[in-house]
Design a protein around this ligand. Structure first.
Ligand SMILES: [Zn+2]
Length: 213
């Protein structure tokens, strides 16, 4: 696989870079000024640049397990906090998109952790970091009834975690200021790559509607 990556980089240099050398050289010399920040899952199926047809310099991206934004006051927010601070204060991005997705292993791990808490069971696969990390979003799933399993539980859990991250953005004081001054807009999008549909949080509501194009 590593050989294929090196070969892919050669293609990038010979083809992609060659066609856009002026823009890419400018980026190298003058620095980045992306207008949009994307916070998405580390999941290999979620590729923002491919999904949105963007290139180098367009998106400021942070990825982590389950696309989580911890609250401003939290022990676990140094990585996300510094990325948000850089995006809002230095880059002054115009939009922040939290991008959740279907069949998220991180959200599934959180659901399992909550189930184990309720039943008093030990997890089958103890982890050093994953459970502590995804537990950040536990408050998001308090209202989910895991006893009545149905097809919607997975989707509802993923969207609840996504909304939790979206709402936590506003706990960062300078980010909240930028939103109030209308210099920044925040969005919650949820991707289903099986049906190839993109959903967004409706304005003034916690429901999700398909993005029209
Ligand atoms: Zn995920």
């Amino acid at each position: 696989m590593v050989k294929e990556l090196v070969s892919g980089f050669k293609d990038f240099r010979d083809s992609y870079f060659e066609k856009r050398s002026q823009v890419l050289q400018q980026l190298a010399e003058k620095g980045q000024s992306p207008q949009t920040m994307v916070i998405c899952c580390s999941d290999s199926r979620v590729e923002p640049s491919i999904l949105f047809g963007t290139g180098p310099g367009d998106l400021f991206v942070v990825r982590n397990v389950a696309n989580l934004v911890p609250p401003f006051i939290s022990e676990n927010n140094a990585s996300m906090g510094s990325a948000l601070e850089y995006a809002v204060k230095i880059l002054r991005v115009k939009d922040i998109i939290v991008l959740g997705h279907a069949h998220c292993g991180g959200v599934a791990a959180l659901c399992e952790s909550i189930n184990n808490d309720k039943t008093g069971q030990d997890t089958d696969n103890p982890t050093d970091f994953i459970e502590n990390w995804v537990d950040i979003a536990k408050p998001a799933l308090l209202k989910i009834d895991f006893n009545h399993k149905n097809e919607d539980i997975e989707v509802n859990s993923e969207r609840a975690v996504l909304l939790y991250s979206y709402n936590n953005l506003l706990t960062y004081p300078w980010l909240n200021d930028a939103v109030n001054k209308n210099s920044l807009e925040i969005h919650a999008w949820w991707l289903d790559f099986k049906s190839v549909m993109l959903w967004e949080k409706a304005k003034g509501s916690n429901s999700f509607i398909p993005i029209e194009f």
